[in-house]
Structures are given as structure tokens and as C-alpha cells.
Design a protein around this ligand. Structure first.
Ligand code: ADP
Ligand code: MG
Length: 698
């Protein structure tokens, strides 16, 4: 029998294949590029292309593609055959270093925000040697960055790589201050836990809202939902188990370390977590994972829903971004060390994150903002739209002692100075798990829990890396000129704790009282919707920071703001259209038919005995008739709100109109339709109900 280790990574041009197929010299040069982010020696590219092609062809590949992540949020690929004519009339399989390094897809059909005006339709893709090439189907996929000819990033990978570079630069400066002269590179790594729903294809096909929007726009609550918590970690049904098994196989072949899987809180909801890897590769892998989840589902007669909120009244799906930073020597910089000196360094990195999260709450919120995720963050579902951090009791006590210059667990006050024999060795707290915090410290990493299930993790990590790079820069600027390192270090840690204590919250993040305290007492931001937060991407402090670290140019930021808002408006508009259509052409006629049949029954009964009161039928007919009138009225109001969008002068204004006019009208229409569902005979209802869908996979 084949074991996993036989085929793990079999479709990846990974280090093992490189070692086996490249000359020692070429391998060393490529490895240098991969490990240290140095520029690729052009002479090496041809040799690599040759080896890559031979390996791919031997695995049955006929095509290659530059695989990239435009701002649509999904991945894009344009396939080219390897074949080239040979003089004898036949073909040879050909692939040059030039083709490996650079591609030129037509950029005009991808979103570019305002950038289109300043760049020609052409764009180019550039090989990212730090993420392994892989084979999907019969195509060799080469992970690439996607830019305009003017050099502006049109994708998510380019700024992500830039943010990793910024973090590397600043973290190295700080490590040198602690006397570390050997570390050559600092990288951020991520393990994203991915939630999803699985439903049957029959259910999906029968609902236009699922097909067009990925979520249900109507549906009253099923009699049994997640109240019993009996689905969480429950036994996995055979059909789901078969799906997970094949999914794992497919992911493993692509070198994706899918590791844990279990049922989630809601019925039909599941989770998949991979083992963490560098942010860049983790992002590519997560995009691939989402794609393969959907592909494998369709082979099993299932549909994988990645929408953040496919069902109202049932938990939505998120993605937990487990993030840490470590050195090429294997030291996790967010892991409390064994010696006080290491602990001082740990505390400084911890402070860098605390400062970053407080200073750039808005950017973190923006990085997860989509129309779909607003249903989780803005509503009474966790996590809230307010960003706060959870550190756990032990770390909290340490920070408090430093802030107040007080003793910590018997450690003398005078000893609380950092550096020498000071800091107590604290235990990693593994039991202390706060599940309601949007940003929780979990022993040696932070778990950022606000990402939506369909989000690319690139955006969140771009902001996280950049913001932390900024804190580290402030620290390094200050400490590099210091005459008394230990004193200044201590002072700086203390100042960070004092200045940013407001972002630390260890209580229940779902509590209404917390939202009140956070916003009214602590002055934390609460941007409930995408429309609220997105324009702040262009706030001066954010532009200064992001351009300062060369993560974005001003033009790129403007274009991204525009694209994200456009995306928000388009998504909601499609939903509104789908709603109006379903209400008019499916729901209202069904309710009407039920009422009319009921009226026929009344007539039949009265023909039988004219004195029959038919109170039940008459009451119901009145109710149903009232509901169809209300549905018609609400459809009308919704459509008028949509027409008014034409008057919006710009995209920001349009997004406000979507938030204030269209979305509320959608809610009202939904309420009327959901009420109709509860009083209409099931056999009349025009599409599967929540109950049908959520318990469809057996
Ligand atoms: P949980 O209790 O949340 O399931 P796990 O320890 O299982 O915690 O980790 C969840 C995710 O965090 C996994 O994807 C794991 O690979 C990832 N992870 C663990 N350590 C790190 C780290 N140092 N950096 C980034 N991600 C990590
Ligand atoms: Mg987790």
C-alpha cells in the first residue's frame, strides 16, 4: 500500500526535486535566492526552466501557466502549451528561462482601480522562486507576482512579499541590538485554519441565492440548529469522511500539510488546518486549498460553501490566521525564552505587536473587510469588529509589573529591570484559551481571528507584517543610538505598555458591555461595515507607514481602496437583484398559490355546507394575502433604493448608500419572506429550506 510519505509533494517541484535535477552550482544559486530573497542569477533561470519542464512532462504535464492572485480575490492562470515546432514538422516540448521568469497576460480584464488610466492594458507576471512550482491537472503552475508595466502591483502577492521584506529588515536591526550577529533572515509564518460548509449539490442547484451569491438570502431558522452543540467535534459522517480523505490526498500531493479536520459548531460546518509555513507559501497554499476543496466537493456530489455567512442564525465561517515570526536559525521570536535576556528580547517583540495592533487597528479591520465578512464582524457574531488583544493572565501580570514598577511573583522590584537577572521565567500558558478575542496570544504565536472564510490571507498578513515592522523600526531607531541599552530598552517596553494598554482585553469579546467600554471608555475603533472602514486606508498615518516601508505606493493604495469598495457595492447589488428576483418570481407566486388553493378549499367546503365558518382557512388567507402585499411593497422599495445608486457621485458615496439604503431594505424584504415561509405549506415552498440544506449530507 502506498503511504502518505510516498506521494506527499509528488506534484511539487520542491527542494527534493531541485536537488535531484539541478547541477550543484545551479541548485546553490537558486537556493540562495529562495532562502535569502536575493535576486535570481539570470543564467540560472534557463537551467531551472529546463529541469522544471522535464520533471513536469514526466508527470504528464502538457501546459504551463503563470499562476497569480489578482485583486479579484481568487487565483488566475493563462495556460500555454510547452510544444514548439521542430524543423522536421514535429513538435518538441520547450520551456525557456525567459518564459519561467516573466509572462505577459493581458491585464485589462483584471481590476486595477484607478491604475488603469496610468498603465497600458498589458501587465506582467514575475516568477516568485520562494514558492514552489506545482502541477495541477496537466499544467505546470508557476507562482508569480502580477504587476502593471508601470511597476504597480496588481495583485496580493507583491505587497505581501514587500511586507515580509520590511519585517525582515526591521527585525534584523532589533536582533543585532541584542547582540545576535549570525541571523540572516527573519520570516513571518502562518497556519490558517479554514472553516467551510458542505451541502449537497441538489440543494445548491435548487437555490439561485446560493448559486449567484454563495449564501442564502432567505430562510427561516430550522427547528433544530446549533443549540445542542452536538455537531462540534462530533463524529464525521461517512460521506464527509470520504470527502475529507480525498481532499487530504489532493492537498498532500501538492505539498500542503493539511493536518487537522473536524466538525465545527454549526451543522454541516467543518474545519481544515494545515501545518504552518512561511506567510508567502501559506497564502499560496490557502488559495489552492480553497480551490481544491470546491473541486473535490463536486466530485462527491457536494458543494463546499466558503462564504462567511451562508445561513442567517447559524454560525458563520472564518479563518484563523495563526501568525508568528522566526529567524532562519529556528528561533521563534514570539516564544518566551529560557533566559532573562531572551525574555527581554521576547518582550520587545511582544510589545512591537501590541503597539502595531493598537496603532493600526483600522488597517487590520480593513484587511478583512468584505461584504460577506460584515455579516460576522458587524453583527452579534464573533469576533466583533472592535479589535483587541488577549495575552493571558501570566503575561498580563508580567506587563502590569513592568508598567507599575512593581514586584512580580516575588521577584524584587529592583530586579524588574530588564536584561540581566530580571525577568521571571514565565510558563507558556496552554490552558488559558480565550475564544472570543479577535487577536489572541496562544503561547508562541498570535491568532488573528477576524478573517472571513473566503478572504485571501494575504491582506491580513500584509498589514500585520507592515505594522509590526513599523513598531520595530521605531524601537531600532531609538535603541541604535542608545548609550545605556538596558535602561532605554526597559523604558521603551514600559512606555509601550502604558501607551497601548487599552488594546489589551482579557474578558468576553462577544459581550455588549465590552463594545461599549471599548468604544466609549477606551476609544477603540468600531468600524462595523466595509463602507465604514475602507476609506481609512488612505488616512495619512496609514499611507505614511505603508509607503514608508515600501509595501505600497500611494497610487496602489488608492486603487485598492477603490477596488475593495467596488467589490463591496457589486456584491451587495448582485444579492439585491437576486433577492428581488427570487421574491417576485418564486416566493410571492408560491405564497399566492397556497392562498388561492386555500380559498378554493373554502369554496368547496361551503358548497358542501354553507354554514361552515372556515375560520382557520380564512384567517390564513388574509395573513398570506397581507404577506404577498408586503413582499411586493418591499421588492419595490428595494428596487428603488438600487436605482438611486445611479445618483452616487463616487464609490465612497455609493458604498454609504449600499450600507444605509440597500442593505436595510434587503433585511426588510427578507423578514417578510421568512415569515411567509413559516405559514406556507412546505410542499408549496419553491426551494429547499434551511432544514433541508443543513441536514442534507448524510
Ligand atoms: P489550535 O488549538 O488553535 O487548534 P494549534 O496548535 O493546533 O492550535 O495550531 C493551529 C494552527 O496554528 C495550525 O495551523 C498550526 O500549524 C499553526 N501554528 C502553530 N505554531 C505556529 C507558529 N509558530 N507560527 C504560525 N503558525 C503556527
Ligand atoms: Mg485556533
Amino acid at each position: 500500500m502506498k503511504t502518505v510519505s510516498d506521494y506527499f509533494g509528488s506534484m511539487v517541484f520542491d527542494d527534493r526535486v531541485m536537488k535531484a535535477t539541478l547541477s550543484a552550482k545551479v541548485y546553490a544559486s537558486l537556493k540562495h535566492t529562495i532562502d535569502e530573497g536575493t535576486a535570481l542569477d539570470p543564467g540560472v533561470a534557463n537551467a531551472v526552466a529546463q529541469a522544471m519542464k522535464e520533471w513536469a512532462v514526466s508527470k504528464g504535464a502538457t501546459h504551463f501557466t503563470h499562476w497569480f492572485q489578482p485583486l479579484t480575490g481568487i487565483t488566475a492562470e493563462k495556460h500555454d502549451g510547452f510544444i514548439a515546432p521542430s524543423p522536421d514538422g514535429g513538435v518538441i516540448m520547450d520551456f525557456s528561462g525567459k518564459e519561467l521568469i516573466k509572462g505577459e497576460p493581458d491585464a485589462s480584464s483584471f481590476p486595477s482601480g484607478g491604475l488603469r488610466a496610468t498603465f497600458e492594458a498589458r501587465g506582467y507576471t514575475a516568477w516568485d522562486p520562494t514558492s514552489y512550482a506545482f502541477i495541477k491537472g496537466k499544467t505546470l503552475c508557476i507562482p508569480t507576482a502580477f504587476c502593471s508595466y508601470g511597476g504597480h502591483a496588481l495583485d496580493k502577492k507583491t505587497p505581501l512579499l514587500r511586507s515580509m521584506e520590511a519585517l525582515n529588515r526591521q527585525a534584523l536591526r532589533v536582533l543585532r541590538l541584542f547582540g545576535n550577529t549570525t541571523v540572516r533572515r527573519v520570516v513571518s509564518s502562518v497556519g490558517p485554519e479554514q472553516e467551510y460548509f458542505l451541502i449537497t449539490k441538489e440543494m445548491y442547484d435548487a437555490r439561485p441565492d446560493l448559486r449567484f451569491c454563495g449564501r442564502t438570502l432567505f430562510g427561516s431558522k430550522p427547528p433544530k440548529g446549533q443549540e445542542m452543540d452536538d455537531h462540534y467535534f462530533g463524529a464525521i459522517k461517512p460521506r464527509v469522511a470520504a470527502y475529507m480523505e480525498e481532499l487530504n490526498d489532493e492537498l498532500w500531493k501538492l505539498g500542503i500539510m493539511a493536518k487537522t479536520e473536524h466538525n465545527e459548531v454549526a451543522p454541516a460546518q467543518h474545519e481544515l488546518a494545515p501545518i504552518y509555513t512561511t506567510t508567502n507559501v501559506a497564502t499560496d497554499h490557502n488559495q489552492l486549498t480553497m480551490e481544491i476543496m470546491q473541486k473535490v466537493a463536486s466530485k462527491h456530489g457536494l458543494v463546499c460553501l466558503l462564504h462567511e455567512k451562508p445561513f442567517a442564525g447559524v454560525n458563520g465561517s472564518g479563518k484563523h490566521n495563526n501568525w508568528s515570526i522566526s529567524t532562519d536559525e529556528g528561533q521563534n521570536l514570539l516564544s518566551p525564552g529560557d533566559t532573562p535576556y531572551e525574555n527581554a528580547q521576547f518582550l520587545l517583540f511582544l510589545c512591537a505587536v501590541i503597539k502595531a495592533v493598537d496603532d493600526y487597528q483600522d488597517l487590520l479591520r480593513i484587511s478583512v473587510a468584505t461584504a460577506g465578512n460584515d455579516h460576522r464582524l458587524g453583527a452579534n457574531e464573533a469576533p466583533p469588529a472592535v479589535i483587541s488583544m488577549f495575552l493571558g493572565d501570566e503575561l498580563n501580570a508580567v506587563l502590569e509589573a513592568i508598567e507599575n514598577d512593581a514586584p512580580y511573583k516575588g521577584v524584587e522590584k529592583t530586579q524588574m529591570k530588564l536584561g540581566v537577572d530580571v525577568l521571571p521565567k514565565f510558563n507558556r500558558d496552554t490552558t488559558d484559551r480565550n475564544r472570543t478575542s479577535p487577536f489572541a496570544f496562544t503561547g508562541n504565536k498570535f491568532e488573528f481571528r477576524m478573517l472571513g472564510s473566503s478572504n485571501s490571507i494575504a491582506c491580513a498578513n500584509i498589514m500585520l507584517n507592515s505594522a509590526v515592522a513599523e513598531s520595530l523600526k521605531v524601537y531600532a531607531d531609538r535603541l541604535e543610538g542608545s548609550q545605556d541599552f538596558e535602561n532605554d530598552l526597559h523604558a521603551m517596553i514600559r512606555k509601550t505598555i502604558k501607551d497601548h494598554r487599552r488594546i489589551i482585553f482579557n474578558g468576553n469579546g462577544y459581550d455588549d458591555a465590552w463594545i461599549k467600554e471599548a468604544t466609549e471608555v477606551r476609544g477603540l475603533l468600531n468600524y462595523r461595515t466595509t463602507a465604514d472602514c475602507m476609506p481609512h486606508l488612505l488616512d495619512k498615518k496609514n499611507v505614511d507607514m505603508l509607503t514608508g516601508h515600501k509595501v505600497f505606493t500611494v497610487e496602489e493604495l488608492k486603487s485598492r481602496c477603490e477596488i475593495m469598495l467596488e467589490n463591496y457595492c457589486k456584491t451587495v447589488t448582485i444579492e439585491a437583484n437576486t433577492m428581488a428576483d427570487m421574491a417576485k418570481r418564486m416566493i410571492a407566486p408560491a405564497v399566492e398559490k397556497f392562498a388561492a388553493d386555500m380559498a378554493k378549499n373554502v369554496n368547496a367546503k361551503r358548497a358542501f355546507d354553507p354554514s361552515l365558518p372556515c375560520a382557520y382557512e380564512c384567517g390564513l388567507i388574509r395573513k398570506l394575502s397581507g404577506l404577498t402585499d408586503r413582499i411586493a411593497e418591499k421588492v419595490d422599495e428595494l428596487q428603488r433604493a438600487e436605482i438611486a445608486l445611479g445618483d452616487a457621485g463616487n464609490i465612497i458615496e455609493e458604498s454609504y448608500m449600499i450600507r444605509d439604503e440597500v442593505l436595510p431594505k434587503m433585511c426588510e424584504l427578507r423578514v417578510a419572506c421568512d415569515e411567509a415561509e413559516t405559514v406556507t405549506a412546505k410542499s408549496y415552498w419553491p426551494f429547499p429550506t434551511y432544514e433541508d440544506i443543513l441536514f442534507s449530507v448524510r
